[in-house]
Design a binder for this molecule. Structure first.
Ligand code: AMP
Length: 123
């Protein structure tokens, strides 16, 4: 899938629409999810044109390592290390990816339960 520069996270990165930013540098932006699934629900996005994990993962080992080091630091700065947190990234239709700009969800602040909702288990 080609990258669409008009996706909502690209607009947030460009400052065209607002977001509750919690961290930003030259490579990465982190902001609160607009529809929280947990008391802490932060999205971390790279500033490059990546549709999903599938193409981001092929962008180079240094870029990938740098990105995930920042995800770790953001989770730590959010105070989540002691009690725990979950990372989620959705790629494509079966994962219900709804925004076609690679992003990692950081979820925490409560006991998160099982990996998937019961009705999403293998049928
Ligand atoms: P995914 O389903 O993995 O693509 O996740 C996309 C996430 O983006 C969802 O959790 C949405 O609630 C979130 N989202 C969509 N629009 C915005 C926005 N304008 N600001 C912050 N989060 C958003």
């Amino acid at each position: 899938m080609a990258y669409d520069k008009e996706n909502i996270f690209a607009k947030i990165i460009r400052g065209e629409i607002p977001a509750a930013k919690i961290y930003e540098d030259d490579d990465v932006l982190a902001f609160e999810d607009i529809s929280k699934a947990a008391p802490v629900h932060v999205l971390v996005v790279p500033k490059g044109d990546f549709v999903s994990f599938d193409d981001f993962a092929k962008s180079g080992a240094d870029k990938v390592a740098n990105f995930f080091a920042k995800v770790q630091k953001i989770a730590a700065d959010l105070g989540l290390v002691e009690n725990g947190y979950r990372l989620i990234t959705n790629h494509g239709a079966d994962a219900s990816q709804s925004v076609a700009h690679f992003h990692v969800h950081i979820l925490g602040g409560r006991e998160l339960g099982g990996l998937l909702d019961d009705d999403e288990k293998i049928r």
